[in-house]
Design a protein around this ligand. Structure first.
Ligand code: ADP
Length: 201
């Protein structure tokens, strides 16, 4: 049972997934907020049942799963529906993530949360780690990865907390502007540091 949690965050395209995978190679258990957020509304889940009760069957796609595009449409520009949905899902996501952390067998857990500071989830973790790159590099790497427009990425970057705000809040920072090989060394050094912290916790 792991009871020491590192919250890993960073803007779109900063390298969170890449960094998380290097921690996983060291044997650290990952708890991924994006995966948990999908699981809590999966077919047969309590979350999906509540959503259908609230919005009706029109919110389902032909295969019986949640129609995400439809849900986005319904809450778009509708603050009260968006608040209703967030107050249903956020506690479920938080509980499920904490449960997964508790069940983990590694010395500590990496919780990967893209909007860690924005959603106040930094309060749930023992320490925060930010993957940091410039907005220009975020844009370039995301465009290369997702084949989306630069403007699309710019809009997403603009909707997330600023680089300065995240830097001021994070306990630890990994600069990911260099090569992946350099990143590996930095992650391995942090891993050793976190092993020490978790054994003293
Ligand atoms: P995030 O999970 O934060 O959105 P990713 O880990 O997916 O970011 O990284 C974004 C893209 O940049 C991916 O295609 C990844 O392979 C690439 N990438 C990550 N780190 C580096 C690096 N140091 N040098 C070059 N490319 C990188």
């Amino acid at each position: 049972m792991a009871d020491y949690i590192i919250g890993l965050t960073g803007g779109i395209g900063s390298g969170k997934t890449t960094v998380a995978n290097i921690f996983a190679e060291q044997g650290v258990t990952l708890v991924d907020a994006d995966i948990v957020a999908r699981d809590v509304v999966a077919t047969g889940s309590d979350g999906l049942k509540e959503i259908v009760t609230h919005f009706g069957e029109q919110i389902l796609s032909a295969d019986g799963g949640l129609d995400r595009a439809k849900l986005r449409e319904v809450i778009f520009n509708n603050d009260s529906e968006r608040l209703w949905l967030n107050s249903l899902l956020h506690p479920m996501i938080r509980e499920s993530m904490l449960q997964q952390c508790k069940e983990a067998q590694s010395d500590y857990v990496i919780m990967v949360v893209p909007l860690l500071f924005e959603n106040g989830l930094d309060r749930l973790v023992d320490r925060t780690l930010l993957v940091d790159i410039s907005p220009e590099l975020q844009q370039k790497r995301t465009v290369d990865r997702d084949l989306v427009t630069a403007q699309h990425v710019k809009n997403i970057i603009g909707s997330q907390a600023s680089r300065a705000e995240k830097l001021s809040k994070a306990d630890d920072v990994i600069d990911n502007q260099g090569e992946i090989s350099a990143l590996k060394c930095k992650v391995e050094a942090l891993h050793n540091f976190y092993l020490k912290l978790s054994s003293n916790a």
